[in-house]
Structure formats: C-alpha cells, structure tokens
Design a binder for this molecule. Sequence first.
Ligand SMILES: *[C@@H]1O[C@H](CO)[C@@H](O)[C@H](O)[C@H]1NC(C)=O
Length: 148
Amino acid sequence: MALGEIKASYVVLVLILLSFKAKCSSPFRARRVLTTDDVDTVFDVTNFGAKPDGKTDSSLEFIKAWNAACNSGKKAKLFFPQGTFLAGEVVFQGPCNTTTPIVIEIQGTILASTDLGLFTRGVWISIENVNGVLVTGEGTLDGQGGSA
Ligand SMILES: *[C@@H]1O[C@H](CO)[C@@H](O)[C@H](O)[C@H]1NC(C)=O
C-alpha cells in the first residue's frame, strides 16, 4: 500500500526520468493507515473537468482541484479516481490553509504526457510551499520512462 507522509516546505515528488510505481516502490515510509474519518472534503479531479480517458491533458484541471482543496480551510483530499489521466507539468502550489495535511489519493493511473515541450522545468509533478502532504491509494504515477 502506498502511503506516506512528507514533511517539507519544498518537495519535488516525481522526476520524469523515472517510471514511478506508487504501488510498490514508494519512497515514502508508511506511518499509519488512513481511514475515511481522516478526511472531511473530497476534491475529485473529475469534478474539476479532468478526463480519465487516457488522452485528454488534465494538467489544468488537476491544478484547479488542488487549489480548491488547498484553499478550503478544512481537511481535504485530492482524489484521482479509476481511469487513466494524462498530464504535463503540474505544480501544486501552497501555502494551503487546510486544517491538516492534504491527502492525495490515487486510484487510477496518471501518465506523463510524452510531449517534451510541456516540461519547462524538468519536473513532472511537484508540490511547493506545502506544509505536509499524504499520498495514498492503489494507483500509479507513470512518468513513461525517459520518453516523457
Ligand atoms: C482559505 O483561503 C482561501 C483563499 O485565500 C479563502 O478564500 C478562505 O476563506 C480561507 N479559509 C479559511 C477557513 O481560512
């Protein structure tokens, strides 16, 4: 089970050079099991227009969902349901005013766009100025190896 806690003000999560399997090689140490009681408000990326069809770039929709969670002032979970999402460079920016660290739950697959031009900063998904994040779920972050 991929479950971890990051306590850092600047965290770069995923490098495009590595195909990252959240399921089996999470770099984050598991500390405790999350229950649904831990989270008050779920921000499902599909409610913000993200399309789990494997071909529509959902980068902006991910950021919209993150911003809503980040500025909710409550407990918040950013939720990626089943399906395959495509994303280019995504920066989840803080600071957030949630009452607890935001939970990022990934059930589906997030694929890096293979269009190199989308990655201006050399990272795929990064989280900046956020005071703690929990990553959980059975899903997959796939940077598509060196091709991304
Ligand atoms: C959290 O921040 C957002 C954006 O600045 C603001 O609209 C909202 O009222 C804040 N909520 C709380 C509970 O501080």
